[in-house]
Design a protein around this ligand. Structure first.
Ligand code: F6R
Length: 610
């Protein structure tokens, strides 16, 4: 979703340079267009166009813009196509009020009409512009910006945050109404932004906000107010230890490759967290619940599918996976006070997931356990308990290390629950925990080292392939879905991930000579998967195998390049290990196709809209 950052300083002249630097850190939230409003000597200079921060900076000289305060916005288009006119920030009717938003204004059509009928000059088709006009409307009535910003939120329906300022005032105001917003207090300057990475270049002193709160930024301080009644709240900045350099590429050509390479360390870090003091609290909340639902989107959902297999295999406990947007209509009425909704989200801001969080909380239908990466996110603050993924920043739009961490979390929880309920004996549970904490980091590293070149060679043979399948069976079901998602997301191919025994129930008809089908398999299941491979091979299709080396599988690959062999290991580790060559395959194919895997078109890392 979009990203906004506003800065107010005492003496800066180079606001453009700082906002570009901070804005660049939000690129993963949107790169359809970028705009910057800088206030210099009481005048607002507003420049914006289609493209990434760097592209628009080059075109319009954003980083050379002078001023001591301003707002930058990065857009992921929802209302109105990605054009210069729809780019943000916007002016209100004249250039005295400027502002930008993140999120969606659901009453866009009615409210735009109302504004136009009452004389407002609304220029774009973008809902963010309405936030600026709403403030303008109330400023005309009250002559007080703080009050105007507060009252404007009554007119705007939806989940959003926005930042707004006046040319003749040194303050910038921001509201948090369902979309993320954090603030920072630096040296003679303050900042508010959609996300921490863009605050860290300015300061480590952070103020976290709750929905329904608003800010007034001045060079000296950040004042926090409750929107409902305008009451001033006391909120002290807290220092964060999050490292600004974690959000840099560290010598890798892309964040995605860096993040794939961080997975061995993620295994260590997340296992450290899981074996820490809070472990019992998390296990208790699961154990005390009767019905377990796993709610997530995209890669997090795919990891959740793996989680369901772990819960069954290691603990004999049913865990029902559901896509976030589908949950209410499929399972909502079945939720009761004994239910636990495990909400998995890297960003902790995905709207589809927050909708479920709100459903459970507003109706008192059981508990929620968040599994979340972004510290300070809405999910982290509002779930009954949360498990951190301990991945540090995941900057690249395609998820890699967070999927990995999520699968480790599920394996650990399942093993511990299995021990508690007697499905596993103590030794079995201990050996799984040892595998996860000791063997997994080494195995993951060996897999990266060994499959990098294999994936690179295989990618070369897939250039020009527009359509393929990626099939899994048993423990590799979620892995295959995740591999397919990576390929379609960053290679712009149609790659469907599905259960391998389902392929014959229709999709098989697509197979003609050399049609590629990737099979992700383990030694435990290959006796069955061979049947599915045969169904493809006897129709002259091309089988590509991801898994351990097995002599029974060798005859099915026509060319050695089609065997993406992973190091031998235990079935419990397969879902983490087998995904690595698929991540690498999609990465190399994307690069070979001339695509930037970190910023695939049309996407955004944080989807705060319905
Ligand atoms: C794919 C990807 C997305 C996210 C999905 C959920 O690589 O990154 O599919 O997994 O948008 O995001 P979170 O986990 O932040 O809720």
């Amino acid at each position: 979703m979009c990203g906004i950052t506003g800065i107010v300083s005492l003496n800066r002249e180079n606001i453009g340079e700082v906002l570009v630097k901070c804005g660049r850190k939000l690129t993963y939230r949107g790169y359809d267009s970028v705009g910057l409003a800088a206030v210099h000597e009481g005048k607002v200079d507003l420049r914006k166009d289609v493209g990434t921060v760097d592209a628009v900076d080059k075109l319009l000289g954003l980083s050379k813009m002078k001023g001591d305060r301003g707002i930058v916005q990065l857009r992921w288009a929802t209302y109105g196509p990605p054009t210069k006119l729809n780019a943000q920030p916007h002016f209100a009717c004249d250039d005295s009020i400027y502002g930008a938003h993140n999120g969606n204004i659901h009453n866009y059509v009615e409210y735009r009409r109302e504004l136009v009928e009452t004389g407002h000059i609304v220029r774009s088709e973008n809902d963010g512009e309405l936030c600026v006009h709403a403030v303008d409307k109330y400023y005309e009535q009250t002559g007080d910006m703080l009050e105007a910003v507060r009252l404007s939120t009554r007119d705007l329906k939806g989940a959003f945050s926005f930042a707004v300022g006046r040319a003749d005032s040194r303050e910038i105001y921001a509201v948090k109404m369902g979309s993320s917003l954090v603030a920072g207090v630096g040296n003679e300057e303050t900042i508010a932004s959609s996300d921490l990475p863009s605050i860290l270049p300015v300061t480590n002193n952070i103020i976290y906000l709750a929905d329904g709160e608003m800010l007034a930024l001045s060079p000296e301080k950040v004042e926090v107010y409750r929107i409902e009644d305008g009451k001033r709240l006391t909120r002290k900045p807290e220092p964060t230890t999050i490292d600004v350099h974690a959000a840099e590429k560290g010598g890798f050509p892309h964040f995605m490759l860096k993040e794939i390479n961080e997975q061995p360390k993620v295994a260590q870090d997340v296992m450290g967290v899981l074996q820490g003091a809070k472990s019992d609290e998390w296990l208790n909340i699961i154990e005390e619940s009767k019905n377990l639902y796993l709610v997530a989107c995209g890669s997090s959902y795919n990891a959740g599918v793996v989680g369901a297999y772990y819960f069954n295999r290691l603990a004999g406990i049913p865990l029902v996976p559901s896509i976030g947007g589908q949950f209410e209509s499929m399972y909502g009425r079945a939720l009761d006070e004994d239910s636990l909704s495990i909400l998995v989200s890297q960003s902790g801001e995905t709207k589809d997931i927050l909708n479920v969080l709100n459903l459970v909380k507003s109706q008192g239908r059981g508990k929620t356990l968040g599994i979340v990466n972004v510290i300070g996110s809405t999910l982290m603050f509002n779930a009954d308990a949360y498990i951190p993924m301990a991945c540090g920043y995941e900057v690249s739009v395609p998820a890699t290390k967070t999927y990995f961490s999520q699968t480790v979390i599920f394996a650990y929880l399942a093993a511990m629950l299995g021990e508690r309920n007697g499905t596993l004996d103590r030794q079995e549970a201990k050996s799984i925990v040892r595998m996860l904490s000791q063997d997994l980091p080494t195995q993951a590293q060996a897999t990266i080292d060994h499959t990098g070149i294999l994936a690179k060679n295989l990618a070369k043979t897939l250039i020009g392939v527009k359509d393929l399948y990626c099939l899994g069976y048993g423990m590799t079901d979620g892995v295959a879905r995740e591999g397919a998602l990576k390929i379609k997301e960053i290679c712009y191919n149609h790659c469907e991930g599905m259960y391998s025994s389902e392929f014959k129930h229709g999709p098989l008809s697509i197979v003609t000579r050399d049609y590629p089908v990737i099979f992700v398999t383990t030694p435990e299941d290959s006796w069955m998967v061979i049947n599915h491979i045969n169904e493809v091979k006897c129709r002259f299709g091309r089988a590509i195998i991801v898994g351990e080396r097995e002599s029974s599988l060798e005859p099915y690959v026509s060319n050695e390049v089609d065997y993406l062999e992973v190091p031998k290991g235990n079935i419990v580790l397969n879902p983490m290990i087998d995904v690595i060559p698929l991540q690498l395959l999609s990465y190399f194919l994307s690069v070979d196709l001339g695509i930037d895997p970190d910023l695939p078109r049309n996407l955004s890392k944080t989807l705060t809209v319905d």
